[in-house]
Design a binder for this molecule. Structure first.
Ligand code: ADP
Ligand code: TRP
Length: 321
C-alpha cells in the first residue's frame, strides 16, 4: 500500500499538525511505503519570502525527523524536487470546473482572513490532487480541514479515468476522529496561518507563554467550571490518560481556588514531558544539518523517479507524446 501526505512550510509545525497528520502518518509508516513531502510549491500561495521559505523547509524537515520519521521506511522530501507535479496540475486543470474550486472552504477561509485571492490560492486543490495522483497514492492521512480537498482529488481522478481510461489509483483519506480538529489557543482550528498555535518545538519560556494565552471564559478561582466546553481541557485530552482527564475535570467542577491558570500549568507540564524525547532528537539533528539536506535531496530524486513513471504514461494518454 502506498501512503502519502504533505505539510506546508508556511510556519512552524504545531500540535494540531502533530496529532492530525504527523502521528497518524508515523503510525502508518509501519504498514506500507510512506511518502511525506514538504509542500513548498503550496506555501508560495501565502508566504512568498524566499529566505524564510528556504529556512522553514529545513525546520519542518527537522521537526518531522525528530518526531519519529524513520528514513528507512518513509521518503521525506521537498514537493518541488518533483516539478512534474506542476505539469500534471496543468494537465488536470481543464477537467476541473471553476465552480468546484469556488466551493472549497480552505480558499474561502483564507480570503476571509484577508489573503488576497490569487490564482495560486484558488487552484491550490488541483496541485494537491496532482501531488496525490502522481504517486498513485492509496491512503492519505490528514486532518479534517483537508477532507474536501481529498474529495476534489477523487473527483478529478474519476473524471480523468472516465475520459482517458484507468490511469490513476483512487485515493482514500484517513481522518482520525479524536484529533480531526485540534483547537488553537483562540478556540478556532489551530493553524499556522491563524497565529493561534502551540508549537511542537521551541524554548520552554516561549512555549509556556503560548499555553498561558489559551482563551477561556472569565470564571474566577472559586467558580465551578465546565470541563466539556473549555479549550484547555480539549488540548489536555491529547496528552492525558483517562485518569488524568477525570481528575482535571473533577477539579474544574469542584475544587475551590483552582483557576484556569492552574489548569494551563498542568497542561503545559504534560505537553512539555510528552515531547521531551523528540526535543533531544531534534538537537542532535540540528548539529547534523548536512545529513538532513542530503537526505532531502536523495529522497527527492527517488520521488522524482516514481512520479516520472506516471507522467510518461499520462503524457502519452493525453496526446502530448
Ligand atoms: P496549517 O493549517 O497549520 O497551515 P497545514 O495546512 O500545513 O497546517 O496542515 C498539515 C497537516 O496537518 C494537514 O493534514 C492538516 O489537516 C493537519 N492539521 C493542521 N491543523 C490541524 C488541526 N488544528 N487539527 C488537526 N489536524 C490539523
Ligand atoms: N494542503 C495540505 C495542507 O494544507 C498540504 C498538502 C499539499 C497535502 N499536498 C498534499 C496533504 C497532498 C496531503 C496530500 O494541509
Amino acid at each position: 500500500m502506498r501512503i502519502l501526505s504533505g505539510i506546508q512550510p508556511s510556519g512552524i509545525p504545531h500540535i494540531g499538525n502533530y496529532f492530525g497528520m504527523m502521528k497518524p502518518a508515523l503510525e502508518l509508516q509501519e504498514q506500507g511505503e510512506t511518502l511525506l513531502f514538504i509542500a513548498d510549491y503550496h506555501a508560495l500561495t501565502t508566504s512568498p519570502d524566499p529566505k524564510i521559505l528556504r529556512e522553514r523547509v529545513l525546520q519542518v524537515a527537522l521537526d518531522f525527523l525528530a518526531c519519529g520519521i524513520d528514513p528507512k521506511k518513509t521518503l521525506l522530501f521537498k514537493q518541488s524536487s518533483v516539478p512534474q507535479v506542476t505539469e500534471l496540475t496543468w494537465i488536470l486543470n481543464p477537467l476541473v470546473p471553476t465552480g468546484l474550486l469556488e466551493r472549497c472552504h480552505s480558499y474561502k477561509d483564507k480570503v476571509a482572513k484577508g489573503f488576497i485571492p490569487n490564482n495560486g490560492l484558488f487552484s491550490y486543490p488541483v496541485l494537491m490532487a496532482a501531488d496525490i495522483l502522481i504517486y498513485q497514492s492509496e491512503l492519505v492521512p490528514v486532518g479534517r480541514d483537508q477532507k474536501q480537498h481529498l474529495e476534489v482529488t477523487r473527483d478529478i481522478a474519476q473524471k480523468f479515468n472516465n475520459l482517458y481510461g484507468e490511469s490513476f489509483v483512487m485515493p482514500k483519506s484517513q481522518i482520525k476522529d479524536t484529533v480531526a480538529v485540534v483547537p488553537g489557543i483562540d478556540g478556532q482550528k489551530m493553524s499556522k496561518s491563524y497565529d493561534n498555535t502551540i508549537e511542537i518545538f521551541g524554548g520552554k519560556k516561549a512555549l509556556r507563554k503560548q499555553v498561558m494565552k489559551i482563551v477561556t471564559d472569565s470564571k474566577g478561582l472559586d467558580d465551578p467550571k465546565n470541563p466539556d466546553a473549555c479549550n484547555i481541557m480539549k488540548l489536555y485530552a491529547l496528552f492525558a490518560n483517562n485518569e488524568q482527564k477525570d481528575t482535571l475535570a473533577d477539579k474544574y467542577r469542584n475544587l475551590k481556588g483552582f483557576g484556569y491558570g492552574h489548569a494551563k500549568q498542568e497542561l503545559f507540564e504534560l505537553y512539555w514531558d510528552f515531547f521531551a524525547e523528540f526535543r533531544e532528537k531534534r538537537s542532535e539533528l540540528e548539529n547534523n544539518i548536512d545529513y538532513v539536506e542530503k537526505l532531502l535531496e536523495e529522497n527527492g530524486a527517488k520521488a522524482f523517479q516514481i512520479a516520472e513513471k506516471t507522467m510518461v504514461k499520462v503524457r502519452k494518454t493525453v496526446g502530448l507524446r
